[in-house]
Ligand binder design. Structure first.
Ligand code: PLP
Length: 361
């Protein structure tokens, strides 16, 4: 295998970021959210590395949870959307997984089933995200039914924020007070904070926090804060220059001739494209690092290749290392140029890109 494209995964950085989340939310427990194959980083490898200290792992569905169990991860696992069909409750019971209950049909399946051991349930309030969860009255009714059910053990109250990444705190405060209003007198453990709330809203850091993107070293916050400066990027997406040419003023590069050289320009061809998950929407000027020097993408990204301006990198040659994102070019920065977010970049890295697990040099 010689194509130079790979995603290097720094396991130590991931563990450090989890510890940072725990330190911020001192006294709280932390669910390491590893859904979507750990945001594209590899859920099995990262969960194994954190198994000794993770309070729990969070996944989107039973299939993801079973993958962790099959690889020996015995920690608590939260099914963040609960079960999709009633037969899944058999596995939930056998593997002692924590299930979110967000709607009446799930509540009914749970009440109608007969598990070997009491279920662990996270009951979800819709406090303003308007996606999953009960409204205030439904929540209190569901809580009463769960509390009265002999085969329900632990109950945790949860909700999810829609706008915790923004600098305007009004909506998050409104959601938080809706949550307090619905749960105040019920005296149960709570879970409200995702990464942006864990990083920026101290009032939400209690009970169980649920950090996701911050564990991978990308900040979800619109405005940088001291609490996210400590995060270490976990993935370095890298490739290499596979061809070079010098174009004359007026020459165009790649499909559609989107970039036209204003002057004689040295162009490098890099062995990565949208077939690897590099965003096709990246505009001319998107930052990239070649042989230790930051430069830019020029021309449209194609399936297997993209082109860069080698003007600032006169020493570049075939084989020069290219960092698409990682410790020197942040995924957030690339995401801005491609009109997306780091979450989508990470989860979009395709199977063609080998993940290489090691400590970052
Ligand atoms: C994905 C998810 C999280 C983690 O969100 P981040 O923004 O990545 O921290 C937390 N809670 C729930 C319910 C989720 O689905």
């Amino acid at each position: 295998m010689t194509r130079p494209t790979r995603a290097r995964i720094d396991i130590a950085a991931f563990v450090d970021n989890y510890r940072h989340a725990k330190a911020l939310a001192a006294g709280a427990r932390a669910v390491a959210v590893v859904k979507a194959d750990a945001y594209g980083h590899g859920a099995v490898e990262l969960s194994r590395a954190l198994a000794g200290e993770a309070d729990a792992f969070g996944v989107a569905c039973l299939e993801e949870a079973m993958e962790l169990r099959a690889s020996g991860v015995a920690n608590a696992i939260v099914l963040l959307e609960g079960v999709f069909t009633p037969d899944e409750l058999v596995d939930v019971d056998r593997e002692h997984m924590i299930q979110v209950v967000h709607a009446d049909h799930q509540l009914q399946w749970l009440l109608d089933s007969r598990p070997q051991r009491p279920y662990r349930v996270w009951l979800k309030l819709d406090s303003g995200m308007h996606r999953l969860g009960f409204d205030r009255d439904g929540f209190r009714r569901a809580h009463a039914e769960l509390a009265a059910c002999a085969h329900v053990g632990e109950i945790v109250h949860m909700t999810h924020f829609a706008r915790a990444d923004e600098t305007d705190i009004a909506y998050t405060q409104q959601q938080l007070s809706a949550f307090h209003d619905a749960t105040r007198d019920l005296e149960h453990a709570t879970s409200v904070a995702n990464s942006p709330a864990t990083l920026a809203w101290p009032a939400t850091r209690s009970g169980w926090v649920r950090p996701g993107i911050m564990l991978y070293g990308a900040s979800p916050l619109q405005q940088r804060q001291a609490t996210d400066a400590a995060l270490r990027p976990v993935m370095r997406l890298e490739s290499a220059i596979i061809a070079m040419r010098t174009l004359a003023a007026g020459d165009a590069v790649g499909y559609g001739g989107r970039f036209v050289c204003e002057q004689a320009t040295r162009i490098g061809v890099v062995a990565i494209g949208y077939g690897d998950g590099y965003p096709r929407h990246a505009t001319d000027g998107t930052p990239v690092m070649v042989d230790g020097i930051r430069t830019r993408i020029v021309g449209r990204v194609s399936m297997d290749m993209l082109t860069v301006d080698l003007g600032p990198v006169p020493h570049a040659r075939v084989g020069s290392l290219v960092e698409l994102w990682g410790p020197h070019v942040s995924a957030n920065e690339v995401a801005r140029y491609a009109d997306t977010i780091a979450y989508e970049l990470f989860t979009g890295v395709t199977r063609r890109v080998p993940r290489v697990y090691a400590a970052q040099p």
